[in-house]
Design a protein around this ligand. Structure first.
Ligand code: NDP
Length: 335
């Protein structure tokens, strides 16, 4: 069983040296346990925060242990009446090929139906990132038909779903993403009304002018994944009583400062800004997953994946995710 451990904590930008590839024996099962062969590992920006030791909403990842992470796979052995070999499951298997799960604890392992939805989608559009998009859009932004919703990191796992869910609700969806290829995909494949390449704009003024052109009626809802210059530019175009779902601020995950140049606009525009952590809202997961699952199964919610091959490739793929090298949901294929 090949595993990736956290070997050391990064100072600023993480490197491959912070991780270690380890070979471990697969332990024998005891009563109630299930052995899962992980097929895909999910790589997510939140993992960067867990590599730190500081105080946060989540516990730090312990050193010298398997990196934490969401996985999908197949049951290969079971001493638990609720699971049998061949069952497809989603869980928190970590950065490793096999996981031994005490499946008697409720919720640690969920069976999934792969007849209409590909297994890997349970890590993306029909999984945690999809529910994140759903929660911020539906519960915080709550767009009315005709309103304009802007989302940053728009080609990514969360951002791509945000714009499509906004379109389903009759809103105008405008993305912000890095590079012409990502922007073309967001408009042509995902069906957003417009997408702005923030890398083509050197300053807030220029980016906000592009937002003005893409959002002629201003911005009613903003789904924030990035922070910094992008947030500043959005605030300049925000309408009175607009709502911001504060989902992520990836531009500061390596400790970079994220200044806000005109916070008074929150007051001037009487804005509502709300941060959230998707795992603290388990009550919405069934409703969100139902909508997301139906939309994916019927081809109405599209997504794209960046697939790294083999567990040894996970650290590099993760470092790439933090730099925007991924194009769509970043996963690692383990089998
Ligand atoms: P993505 O698939 O969107 O990948 C991350 C993307 O972020 C990159 O592709 C890149 O896109 C963009 N990015 C990286 N660095 C920068 C930077 N310095 N400036 C601007 N953009 C950058 O990841 P996810 O969809 O999984 O996550 C999106 C956001 O949602 C993250 O901020 C994440 O932390 C947050 N999140 C929050 C949750 C919650 O409960 N609050 C749960 C899940 C995710 P580009 O090339 O376009 O710049």
């Amino acid at each position: 069983n090949h595993q990736i451990h956290l070997a050391s904590r990064p100072q600023g930008e993480p490197t491959a040296e912070n991780f270690k590839l380890v070979e471990a024996a697969v332990p024998a099962l005891t009563e109630g346990q299930v052995l899962v062969r992980n097929h895909y590992l999910s790589l997510d920006p939140y993992m960067r925060g867990r590599m730190n030791d500081g105080k946060s909403y989540a516990q730090p990842q312990p050193l010298g242990e398997v990196m934490l992470g969401g996985t999908v796979g197949e049951v290969v052995e079971s001493l638990n009446a609720n699971f049998k070999p061949g069952d497809k499951v989603v869980g928190m298997g970590g950065w490793q090929e096999y996981q031994l799960v005490d499946a008697s604890q409720r919720g640690v392992l969920q069976k999934v139906d792969t007849s209409h939805i590909p297994l890997s989608a349970y890590l993306g559009a029909v999984g945690m990132p999809g529910v994140t998009a759903w929660y911020g859009l539906v519960k915080i932004i709550n767009p009315k038909p005709g309103e304009t919703v802007v989302v940053s990191a728009a080609s990514g796992a969360v951002g791509g779903a945000v714009g499509q869910l906004a379109k389903v609700r009759g809103a105008r969806a405008v993305g912000i993403a890095g590079g012409a290829d990502k922007c073309r995909y967001v408009v042509e494949e995902l069906g957003f009304d417009a997408c702005i390449d923030y890398k083509a704009h050197q300053d807030v003024k220029s980016l906000s002018a592009a937002l003005k052109a893409a959002c002629p009626n201003g911005i009613d809802g903003y789904f924030e994944n990035v922070g910094g210059m992008i947030l500043d530019a959005v605030l300049l175009r925000a309408n009175a009583f607009s709502r911001v779902a504060m989902c992520g601020m990836i531009s500061g995950y390596n400790g970079e400062p994220i200044p806000m140049s005109a916070p008074q606009l929150i007051l001037v525009n009487r804005m509502k800004i709300e941060g959230f952590i998707v795992s603290e809202h388990m009550e919405v997961w069934p409703e969100a997953l139902k909508e997301l699952g139906t939309l994916v199964a019927t081809g109405k919610l599209k997504y794209r994946e960046s697939v790294a091959e083999g567990i040894a490739s996970a650290p590099e793929a993760f470092l790439g995710l933090l730099k925007g090298k991924n194009f769509g949901k970043q996963i690692v294929k383990l089998i």
